[in-house]
Write a protein that binds this ligand. Structure first.
Ligand code: ZN
Length: 68
């Protein structure tokens, strides 16, 4: 008998993730790749997870639109 590939069990999705910026546990975080902004020579890709609020803040900072 040949055992064909067993169906790979999908890993149970974690219920939410923790925002790396504010520490909130949110259902949907967005991955923020901090590349070529910070030390790109050291870490090419440093991925963080941000909730939508922090993501927008991050985006605004990235685009330099943060106004006072
Ligand atoms: Zn957050």
């Amino acid at each position: 008998m040949s055992a064909s590939n067993p169906p790979t069990e999908p890993e149970p999705e974690p219920r939410g993730r923790t925002c790396d910026f504010c520490g909130d546990l949110v259902l949907a975080v967005r991955r923020v790749a901090l590349d070529h902004e910070y030390d790109r020579l050291q870490k090419a890709h440093r991925e963080l997870y941000a909730c939508s609020a922090c993501f927008e803040t991050k985006e605004r900072q990235r685009l330099g639109l943060n106004r006072r």
